[in-house]
Design a protein around this ligand. Structure first.
Ligand SMILES: *Cc1c(COP(=O)(O)O)cnc(C)c1O
Length: 341
């Protein structure tokens, strides 16, 4: 198999049409067989539930070329399960886990030429998603759905080293206490765009969304979970029912405990205690961990001891260990790596 002729280290993070994607349709109360297709377009009825009432959820994961030349994915079973949870919450028929895993294998295999080579820093991003394809005009769940999975190669997230980010505490709410914050759905992103554009215009990299009820606790950024390190090297992650359960964060917590021997606590984290932490990072599939150097809370600057030049010491260890597991240079816990080719 010959790789596509791309400048792998410089492809950035944008959509590229690849060779094959997977499609399955839900109709008459069941999921149809599903197949790979070369057609990258979706044709929908004008009244499709996704277009009118936003019934949609998605996932994001990556395929990597490991040091020994294999192509693998990282914990895709957790993406499958999380997507089933998201779908159920949106009154959509969950796409079965085994079929999700098969779709991942099929699409990655069919696009093996698009999987960036080991050492390039680039990876293959997988985007599974499902939406209401059947028409609905009265507000209710649709009766027809489509599951799709496409892939696109993405460049190294940190070109020329990880620069710490500056965040601002947002005046907008991301998720209500008993709302949709814990599911991975496009609707949570649509309403975050305004806050995100304003933050960027004001010179910030991301928003920190506090809890909507009291605005005193740290939730997440709307695309990544927080991870803090105390001065005594304890790992702290915020607890809340409206945070999306990041697979990267859960994996880093395991790495902290079982590989680095660190104490980990998951608990509500107050905005007022941020200045007591030594390091701060954002966890998600795209970057694994992005270091945060500064958080601005309405004019008050909270600067982490790790500074604005590089990742903190513990953040770096967590990052190196987890990316080592993904790239096959550090032994993985049982069941974390799914070999495809
Ligand atoms: C996807 C996502 C994350 C990160 O989750 P990972 O499984 O680590 O990629 C965090 N927050 C939100 C809102 C998300 O949608």
């Amino acid at each position: 198999m010959e790789k596509k002729n791309l400048d792998w280290s410089n492809i950035g993070f944008s959509y590229m049409t690849t060779d094959k994607r997977y499609v399955a349709n839900y109709k008459d109360g069941q999921w149809g067989p599903g197949e790979l297709t070369s057609d990258s377009t979706v044709v929908l009825n004008e009244c499709a539930g996704i277009l009118q009432y936003c019934q949609e959820c998605f996932e994001g994961l990556k395929a990597y070329t490991t040091a020994d030349g294999s192509i693998v994915t990282f914990r895709p079973d957790l993406n499958a399960e999380r997507m089933m949870d998201s779908a159920a919450w949106l009154e959509m028929p969950p796409f079965p886990k085994e079929r999700f895993l098969e779709a991942v294998d099929q699409v990655v295999k069919a696009n093996a030429a698009w999987v960036p080579p080991y050492g390039s820093g680039a990876t293959l991003y997988l985007r599974p998603y499902m939406f209401a394809s059947g028409p609905v005009i009265g507000v209710k769940p649709a009766t027809e759905y489509q599951f799709r999975l496409f892939v696109t190669p993405v460049g190294p997230y940190f070109k020329g080293g990880a620069k710490p980010l500056t965040l601002c505490v947002s005046d907008f709410d991301r998720a209500a206490p008993h709302g949709s914050g814990h599911i991975k759905a496009g609707l949570n992103y649509a309403m975050s765009l305004h806050a995100s554009v304003l933050a960027h215009e004001a010179g910030y990299d991301e928003n920190l969304f506090p809890d909507s009820a009291t605005r005193t606790y740290v939730e997440e950024t709307g695309g990544a979970n927080f991870l803090f390190i105390t001065k005594d090297h304890e790992v702290v992650t915020p607890q809340s029912g409206s945070i999306l359960p990041s697979i990267t964060r859960r994996s880093l917590v395991y790495v902290a405990e079982h590989y680095l021997g660190l104490k980990v606590t998951q608990r509500p984290v107050k905005l007022s205690e941020l200045s007591e932490f030594a390091e701060c990072g954002l966890c998600g599939t795209a970057a694994v961990i992005s270091p945060v150097g500064k958080i601005v809370d309405h004019g008050k600057e909270i600067c982490f001891a790790s500074g604005m030049d590089e990742m903190g010491e513990i953040t770096r260890k967590l990052y190196d260990t987890l990316t080592g597991i993904q790239m096959g240079t550090v032994e993985a816990p049982k069941g974390w790596i799914r070999k495809i080719v």
